[in-house]
Design a binder for this molecule. Structure first.
Ligand SMILES: Cc1cc2nc3c(=O)[nH]c(=O)nc-3n(C[C@H](O)[C@H](O)[C@H](O)COP(=O)(O)O)c2cc1C
Length: 167
């Protein structure tokens, strides 16, 4: 059984709530859900699967706590670990929707982690997102501002993909 750790960066609590919803869906203990504001990157060592999530702020910037956390994580060798990414944003910020998801992906590119669990952004309207890479969305994007009714179903679908891929 692979051990899953969830690490999130959240300024107003939305990503935090989504992190806990993902944990419930995957049967991850609350003690394995970590706020990057108070967790060092070395805490990832005990996990086979890392689920990393953050919101997007300002003009498409990664949430501050996750930004600092990645400064440390991106220089650790993550060989053998699987990484799935999620993020929260607002698709009315149409040129930077959920950029955080793409930034986490890019920042960990050289760590040798195995990325998995891409998702689609069907139903969201935006012009541009760094989460879209080569025609694919590299993680789960949640817009709880304009489409809160979609949040739970998107999380359930994404978690089903994760369960299938890590078994
Ligand atoms: C000042 C401001 C700037 C924002 N910039 C973006 C953005 O560039 N792209 C985006 O997708 N969402 C943006 N958002 C929306 C937040 O990412 C969204 O509200 C998110 O759910 C916040 O999550 P958190 O509470 O976990 O930090 C912005 C929100 C505010 C208030």
């Amino acid at each position: 059984m692979k051990k899953i750790g969830i690490f999130y960066g959240s300024t107003t609590g939305t990503t935090e709530n989504v992190a806990h919803m993902i944990a419930k869906c995957l049967g991850v203990e609350q003690s394995d859900v970590h706020n990057t504001a108070s967790t060092p990157p070395s805490a990832t060592a005990g996990y086979d699967v890392l689920i990393l999530g953050a919101s997007t702020w300002d003009a498409g910037d990664l949430q501050d706590d996750m930004d600092t956390f990645l400064d440390g994580l991106q220089v650790i060798d993550l060989s053998g670990k699987m990484v799935a990414i999620f993020g929260c944003g607002d698709d009315s910020m149409s040129d930077t929707f959920c950029n955080s998801v793409g930034e986490i992906y890019h920042r960990l590119h050289d760590t040798h982690a195995e990325f998995f669990a891409p998702f689609n952004n069907d139903g969201y309207t935006y012009n541009n997102s760094e989460s879209d890479i080569k025609g694919m969305t590299v993680g789960l994007c949640i817009d709880n501002v304009n489409h809160p009714e979609d949040t739970e179903v998107r999380i359930k679908e994404w978690c089903a993909d994760i369960k299938q891929e890590i078994c």
